[in-house]
Design a protein around this ligand. Structure first.
Ligand code: PMP
Length: 355
């Protein structure tokens, strides 16, 4: 794929204090863009200065939400290498989301080439400090100026980059999670398995309610019977019950997390049994009452592993593992971050170096 370069004339000042990066506020000097027009396919791949884009107020993505996105990170190792964790999985999932949202597929190799080219230009933006990384946000929006509901004929694919601080600046503190019994996020046949704006817009009311009650995140139940556990806001969920590691099966309403998949593969490689199946919140509560709910943790790109220390389901409060990180959660966190930051050998072949 031919990529045109229009480089910024002046570069921004990089944040001096990486401990204040936070998440998602700062963007680098450049971005990648390519366009899709019906009859022509994806074309005009280019790296240009980061900045506002011009869209018609009638652009279809603004009205009917035809869009998809991805999220991954670039890590700087102690030796100064820059590496990605399973980026091929993100571009594969992007096409799964595209298919569901009737967006033309991208060539996954081209998307990877685009990312590599952009990262090459922006290498200096990958943070240096422990736990900090460069968040990568590829996305596609429908741009036709048309106020009517149909799949668009014109799209933009973009990649933007945002340096982000260590998720855990004060240690791996367990999170407080609230089981949502009123709102639902997704149903089978819907878009739960796709990474599309609608799933996040629909989650805001539940998230807002959780925050009002001083909870950090929502645990979603299935949208039909409201009894099977699905996932957390932006994480998949795992339970360790009586030594068995259980995570909800991917039945169509749950995002197929890359951290989830990696956690399963790491656990199995170390001889643990991992079961992907339907699990009710009742079963979780009963395991808790029987003293068998050993650990609960979320998995996702942002936090990697997020231990759950406090789970509220209606009037029932479950304090898990004395509100401390469990053994399996810690092992997964150490293994995954060890591979990502090049501290331990990548025996799975998951790392792709940015050269
Ligand atoms: N579920 C949802 C709804 C998410 O947004 C995310 C974050 N991408 C995840 C799960 C975790 O997926 P991953 O491990 O690929 O980041």
């Amino acid at each position: 794929m031919e990529i045109k370069y229009e480089l910024a004339k002046t570069l921004k000042e990089k944040p001096a204090d990486e401990s204040k990066l936070g998440f998602g506020h700062i963007f680098t000097d450049h971005m990648f863009i390519m366009n899709y027009d019906i009859g022509e396919g994806w074309h005009d791949a280019r790296i240009v200065p980061y900045g506002d884009i011009s869209l018609s107020p009638a652009a279809m993505c603004l009205h009917y939400g035809q869009e998809i996105f991805e999220g991954l990170k670039a890590y700087r190792t102690a030796e100064g290498k820059i590496q990605l964790f399973r980026p091929d999985e993100n571009f594969k999932r992007m096409n799964v989301s595209n298919e569901r949202m009737v967006i033309p597929k991208i060539n996954e190799q081209d998307a990877m080439e685009a990312l590599m080219a952009l990262l090459n230009v922006e290498k200096d933006w990958v943070p240096y400090s422990e736990g900090a990384s460069l968040y990568i946000r590829p996305f596609i929006i429908a741009t036709d100026p048309y106020v009517g509901v149909r799949p668009a004929d014109h799209y933009m694919f973009m990649i933007i980059l945002s340096p982000s601080g260590a998720y855990y600046s004060t240690g791996l503190n367990p999170v407080k999670i609230y089981v949502e019994s009123n709102y639902v996020r997704a149903v089978r046949g819907g878009t739960g398995f796709a990474k599309t704006a609608a799933n996040y817009a629909i989650s805001l009311a539940g998230q807002d309610e959780a925050h009002k009650q001083d909870y950090e995140q929502v645990l979603w139940l299935d949208g039909v019977e409201r009894k099977y556990v699905e996932e957390v806001g932006s994480m998949n969920i795992f339970f360790v019950i009586d030594g068995e590691i259980i995570t909800p099966a991917l039945t169509g309403s749950v995002l197929s997390g890359i951290t989830r998949k990696s956690a399963i593969e790491i656990c199995r490689s170390k001889g643990y049994t991992v079961t992907e199946r339907k699990i009710t919140i009742q079963e979780v509560a009963e395991a808790y009452d029987a003293g068998k709910l050993d650990e609960v943790f979320g998995t996702g790109t942002a936090a990697v592993i997020s231990p759950v220390g406090h789970l509220k389901w209606e009037d029932k409060i479950m304090e898990i593992n004395d509100n401390k990180i469990g053994q399996i959660s810690q092992m997964l966190y150490d293994t995954m971050t060890g591979i990502q930051w090049g501290k331990i050998p990548d025996e799975f072949g998951w790392i792709v170096e940015v050269k």
